[in-house]
Design a protein around this ligand. Structure first.
Ligand code: FMN
Ligand code: SF4
Length: 451
C-alpha cells in the first residue's frame, strides 16, 4: 500500500479548519520556503521532484515554472485551475472540500517561488459550496498571518482571490480560463504566446491544476528528491484517481504512480472489483477525453506486459493500443454497457461545450453527435461508421485548442476497438432501440447472434 501524501489527513475531524490543519503540521512549507529558501530554490525543488501537471496534459511543473518570464517588469500571476469539468473527474473537488488549507498552503508557497503578489483560484461555477469553503480558509489563513502584507514578518506579501466560473467546460482550457478571469467570454487563445510570457492581463502567468499546486507542499516539506523516489520512471509521486462506473467502491484514491491497473480495479483497497460479479468490458482511464480501451488492453499492453497507472505505461502502444493518464478520471464499464450509447453521451457533451471558434470542432462535434444518435437509436447505416472516423480525423489536430482532439479521440478509439458493436447496432435496429439492450441480452451473446 502506498503512503498517502496529499490525503494523509483526509479523515481527521475538523481538518478543514486552520487550527486542526496547523496542528497536523500545516503551513510548514510556507515557513520553510519564506524563511530559509530563495524563490529559485523552491522552483529547483519542484523541478527535482519531477512532478507533472495533474490537470491532464502531464507537463512537468518545474519546467513550466522555469519558463515564466522573470525579466518582465509586469506583475506575475499564479492561477489555479479548479474548473474541473472533465466528465469522470472529481478529485479536485474532494481535495478542496476536504483539505482546503492544503491548496491555500500550496498557493502561497508556489506564488512565493514565482514572485506572484496576486494569485487566483478559478473554481467551476457549480462548485458554489467549495467556493465558500475556500474563502473561509483564506480568511483563516489571513488572520494567522499567512496571507496579506508581510507574511510571517518577511517582506513577501500576497493577495489571494477565489473567482467562480460560470459553468463552461471550455473555461478549464488555460487560455479560455484567463479570458474568463479577465471578464471576457471564455474563448481559447491562439498560442504562442504561452501564458508564461503573456498570460493574465498580458503578464507572465503560470496556470496549474489544484492537485499540482497541492503537491508542492510535500515537495517542499520533504524535498524534491524524496518526492521523485515515489512512483515509476518519469511518472513521479502520487496521483489522485477519480474512480467511477461499474465498480464496487467508487471514490477518490491516492495511488503511487506505477500501481498495476489490475490491482487498482480488483483489490479491496481501491475499486474492489466489478459490481454484481460481472465482467470488465472497457475503461476510459483519464477522463472522457482520452481513448477508450477494451478489458484486455487496459490490463495488459499489446506486448503482454502488465499495464501500470503511469503516464508512460498507459500510453504504451500509442493510440493503436494505448490511451492516456489524463486527469485521472477512471471510468469503468461492465459487460452490459453500450459503447455506442456511451460515446453518444460524451459527444453530445463536447458538441454542447464547443466554443464555436473553429469550424472543424463546431461543425464536426455536431455531425458526430447526429450520426451517433441515429446509430444508437436504430436508424444508422453501415457507411455511418466510416463517416464518423472520417469526421473525427478532420477535427484532430485542426483546431485552436485540444477540445477538438478530446472530442475526436473517443470516437476514433471506440470504433477501432468496438467496431462490431457499431455494426450490430446497424444490423439489428429493433434490438438497440431499447437503451438497456445489452442488459437484456448480454453483449457477447448479442454479438454471437450477429456473427
Ligand atoms: C477543454 C479543456 C478543458 C480543460 N479543463 C481543465 C480543468 O478543468 N482543470 C485543469 O486543471 N486543467 C484543465 N485543462 C488543461 C489546462 O488547459 C492546463 O493544461 C492545466 O490547467 C495546466 O495545469 P497543470 O500543468 O498543473 O496540469 C483543460 C484543457 C482543455 C483543452
Ligand atoms: S477546438 Fe473547439 S473549443 Fe477549442 S477553440 Fe476550437 S471551437 Fe473552441
Amino acid at each position: 500500500m502506498g503512503k498517502k501524501i496529499l490525503l494523509e489527513h483526509e479523515n481527521v475531524p475538523g481538518i478543514e479548519t486552520f487550527d486542526v490543519y496547523r496542528s497536523k503540521g500545516g503551513y510548514a512549507s510556507v515557513e520553510k520556503a519564506l524563511k530559509t529558501m530563495t524563490p529559485d530554490q523552491v522552483t529547483e525543488e519542484v523541478k527535482t521532484s519531477g512532478v507533472r501537471g495533474r490537470g491532464g496534459a502531464g507537463f512537468p511543473a518545474g519546467m513550466k515554472w522555469s519558463f515564466l518570464d522573470r525579466k518582465s517588469d509586469k506583475p506575475r500571476y499564479l492561477v489555479c485551475n479548479a474548473d474541473e469539468s472533465e466528465p469522470g473527474t472529481f478529485k479536485d473537488r474532494y481535495l478542496m472540500e476536504r483539505i482546503p488549507h492544503l491548496l491555500i498552503e500550496g498557493m502561497i508557497t508556489s506564488s512565493y517561488a514565482l514572485g506572484a503578489k496576486t494569485s487566483y483560484i478559478y473554481v467551476r461555477g457549480e462548485y458554489m459550496y467549495v467556493i465558500r469553503i475556500l474563502e473561509r480558509a483564506i480568511e483563516e489563513a489571513r488572520a494567522a498571518g499567512f496571507v496579506g502584507k508581510n507574511i510571517l514578518g518577511t517582506d513577501y506579501s500576497l493577495e489571494l482571490y477565489v473567482q467562480p466560473g460560470a459553468g463552461a467546460y471550455i473555461c478549464g482550457e488555460e487560455t479560455a480560463l484567463l479570458e474568463s478571469l479577465e471578464g471576457k467570454r471564455g474563448n481559447p487563445r491562439l498560442k504562442p504566446p504561452f501564458p508564461a510570457i503573456a498570460g493574465l492581463y498580458a503578464s507572465p502567468t503560470v496556470v496549474n491544476n489544484v492537485e499540482t499546486i497541492c503537491a508542492v507542499v510535500p515537495i517542499i516539506n520533504n524535498s524534491g528528491n524524496a518526492y521523485s523516489q515515489i512512483g515509476i520512471g518519469k511518472s513521479t509521486g502520487t496521483k489522485l484517481i477519480s474512480a467511477s462506473g461499474h465498480i464496487n467502491k467508487p471514490g477518490v484514491y491516492e495511488i503511487d504512480l506505477g500501481l498495476p491497473v489490475e490491482e487498482f480495479i480488483y483489490s479491496d483497497e481501491y475499486c474492489g472489483g466489478i459490481w454484481k460479479g460481472r465482467k470488465l468490458k472497457a475503461v476510459v482511464a483519464g477522463g472522457s477525453s482520452v481513448p477508450i480501451l477494451p478489458a484486455n488492453l487496459i490490463l495488459k499492453t499489446a506486448k503482454g506486459e502488465p499495464r501500470l497507472m503511469s503516464y508512460e505505461s498507459l500510453s504504451d502502444g500509442g493510440f493503436a493500443t494505448g490511451t492516456m493518464l489524463g486527469s485521472g478520471g477512471f471510468i469503468v464499464m461492465d459487460e452490459t454497457a453500450c459503447i455506442v450509447r456511451n460515446l453518444w453521451t460524451f459527444t453530445r457533451f463536447y458538441h454542447h461545450e464547443s466554443c464555436g471558434q473553429c469550424s472543424p470542432c463546431r461543425e464536426g462535434t455536431g455531425w458526430m453527435e447526429k450520426v451517433l444518435h441515429r446509430i444508437e437509436h436504430g436508424h444508422g447505416h453501415m457507411d455511418d461508421i466510416d463517416l464518423l472516423v472520417d469526421v473525427a480525423k478532420k477535427i484532430e489536430g485542426n483546431t485552436i485548442c485540444p477540445l477538438g482532439d478530446a472530442a475526436a479521440w473517443p470516437v476514433a478509439s471506440a470504433i477501432r476497438h468496438f467496431r462490431d458493436e457499431f455494426e450490430y447496432h446497424v444490423r439489428f435496429p429493433e434490438k438497440v432501440k431499447n437503451p438497456k439492450h445489452f442488459e437484456i441480452e448480454p453483449m457477447e451473446a448479442a454479438l454471437a447472434t450477429a456473427r
